[in-house]
Design a protein. Structure first.
Length: 152
């Protein structure tokens, strides 16, 4: 990305719709999961931080990248539901969303972030300073995940 994009929490019903549409399209639909499976109770918990990067275009909002940070304990949070639109892959959009979530985490006293990365995304997170802790779970019976962590 040529300039620092404006990332923020979704603010309007249209932005929330774009946020969840990208989560579904990237993280659920390819594995034939039902609509609605991209939402979890943690989305609405106090302290949960959402990040949305929108395309710069007129009309309905279109999400390029999204992510969520869920507080999980004193000083710890978990990045979840990171998704980047295929047309934004390799542009730095995902990196910007992670940086935003880390900045927000520091602001609320979170000093350690964990996440469960798909095998294909491990290199991305390693470049951002995350270390592999151990194999985690297998999502939908076919997607291996690995627990990763970073001290802020």
């Amino acid at each position: 990305m040529n300039s620092t994009p404006a990332i923020h929490a979704p603010r309007t019903p249209a932005e929330w719709a774009a946020y969840y549409a990208l989560r579904y399209a990237v993280l659920r639909q390819p594995w034939q999961q039902p609509p609605g499976s991209e939402r979890v109770p943690a989305d609405d918990e106090p302290g949960t931080i959402h990040a949305l990067l929108l395309a710069e275009a007129a009309g309905a909002p279109e999400a390029l990248a999204v992510g969520m940070l869920q507080p999980t304990g004193p000083g710890q949070g978990q990045i979840r539901f990171m998704a980047v639109a295929p047309e934004a892959a390799g542009t730095g959009a995902g990196r910007c969303v992670v940086a935003y979530l880390e900045e927000q985490a520091r602001a609320v006293g979170i000093r350690e972030i964990v996440l469960h990365s798909r095998e294909a995304a491990m290199g991305f997170y390693k470049k951002l300073g995350y270390a592999v802790v151990e194999p985690s779970h297998v999502l939908f019976g076919v997607i291996p995940h690995f627990l990763m962590q970073k001290q802020l």
